[in-house]
Design a protein around this ligand. Structure first.
Ligand SMILES: [Mg+2]
Length: 431
């Protein structure tokens, strides 16, 4: 038996707003940040667990405090019972009634729980000597179903239905794992399309994206229609008539405005419109989906939990589901999201970028391919070429594909020297 002896949180902020990397219609000055967690044990193996919540600067004032509020659930606890039943561990964390009042299961408290759950999975995977995607995809269907909290989901998917999906995928697991190790998982890139970039930089980065082998690019839109038309024209000229170009409005529009704006841009050929309006507006997304068809609606990076994903699917409000490794309640809830998508036959193309989101979410897509949906058809993981050098196991994206990570762990561990160098030394609100 070993015990958790420390629950270390760190406020880490990168000054990315200086270069307008990450700028979009709603976030003009993002400083990519991580409310970072390290779980330390007294085990002789020296393995520690790393997780974080991605924020964009002052959000860390609140997010680090939310993480700290969970320390009492972990410090002093025996580790093995927590790791042996991650379904129960997850339910215990989301079941703290005093903290649950703040959600339930949404916002900063829920994301903090996600970081804890992910850090525990990091320890579990390291102890198993496996990358997270491989650890998950070698669990039995029954073990995987036991990870998921089906509360509020059973009118869309029952545990028995989930079990059947996983059992149906079981015979092909070994072959798909080999295929993944050989050919990787497709990526698309958002690097060319930040709103703060000049047309010249946009054109250059489009050329580079194609030369690098990416199968799709994405442009930020939504601040000014004339600018969007001009930038899409630039991108379309560089990329050619058939290359997939998605657009992302980052929640900028009213419902009717979204329909008009997307239809005005549709002649340029759009792979999807992402986050057209409020991420909570399920019926608004459904109205937009009907109003802009055949352009597909993509959303999910701000979907606060599995219940919102359930409703988006029930309402035919999305055609592309974008899970995020650090938004919901961690690996367990994202398995619920993958199962919901598999039941509906909707492709999952995860949100990534930020800091460390690519490193983390690739494990979920690879697990999905091997053990859940069983396909990469129409699926790809977002890729943004920022800040990977700070991670112990940085993504390996070449030729437009993510190579499957082989190092043990869940992928969220940032180098100690980077954590020290970018620890926020400003004053937190209220401190
Ligand atoms: Mg987005």
């Amino acid at each position: 038996m070993s015990r958790i002896v420390a629950f270390e949180t760190t406020d880490i902020r990168f000054p990315t707003s200086l270069s307008l990397d990450g700028s979009d219609a709603m976030n003009p000055d993002p400083d990519y940040s991580a409310a970072y967690l390290r779980i330390v044990t007294d085990a002789a193996d020296g393995v520690d667990g790393h997780g974080f919540v991605f924020t964009i600067g002052r959000g860390n004032d609140v997010q680090v405090a939310a993480l700290d509020a969970l320390a009492g659930h972990l410090v002093g606890r025996e580790l093995e019972p927590l790791l042996d039943d991650m379904g129960r561990t997850n339910r215990a964390l989301i079941g703290d009634s005093q903290l649950r009042w703040l959600g339930p299961e949404k916002g900063v408290m829920h994301m903090a729980i996600g970081a804890v759950v992910n850090a525990l999975w990091d320890i579990k995977a390291k102890r198993a000597g496996l990358p997270l995607w491989q650890l998950l995809s070698r669990m039995t269907p029954d073990e995987i179903v036991a990870l998921v909290d089906f509360r509020y989901l059973t009118n869309a998917i029952t545990p028995d239905e989930a079990l059947q999906i996983l059992r149906d995928a079981e015979p092909g697991r070994a072959a798909r794992e080999q295929e993944l190790l050989t050919t990787g998982y497709p990526a698309y890139t958002t690097s060319p399309g930040w709103l703060g970039y000049s047309d010249e930089k946009l054109a250059r980065l489009c050329r580079e994206a194609i030369a690098d082998g990416f199968g799709q690019i994405k442009l930020k839109v939504g601040a000014d229609l004339e600018d969007d038309i001009r930038r899409l024209r630039v991108a379309r000229e560089v990329c050619g008539p058939d290359f997939p170009i998605a657009i992302d409005a980052n929640q900028r529009w009213e419902v009717s405005e979204a329909i008009e704006w997307v239809n005005a841009l549709a002649p340029f050929g759009l792979a999807w419109i992402e986050e057209p309006t409020s991420p909570d507006d399920v019926l608004g997304h459904a109205e937009i989906a009907r109003g802009v068809a055949p352009v597909r609606v993509a959303t999910g990076e701000h979907a606060q939990n599995r219940v919102i994903f359930k409703q988006l699917l029930q309402a035919d409000a999305l055609s592309v589901m974008q899970i995020d490794a650090a938004r919901v309640g961690g690996v367990n809830e994202n398995i619920a999201n993958l199962l919901l998508a598999a039941k509906s036959g909707v492709p999952v193309c995860p949100h990534a970028g930020g800091v460390g989101l690519c490193e983390a979410v690739q494990h979920l897509s690879m697990f999905d391919f091997v053990a859940v949906s069983g396909t990469r058809e129409g699926r790809m993981i977002e890729y943004v070429d920022h800040l990977h050098e700070h991670f112990v196991v940085p993504t390996d994206v070449r030729g437009g594909v993510y190579a499957a990570p082989l190092a043990p762990g869940a992928g969220m561990e940032m180098k100690a020297e980077s954590r020290a160098a970018y620890e926020w030394e400003g004053t937190r609100v209220g401190v």
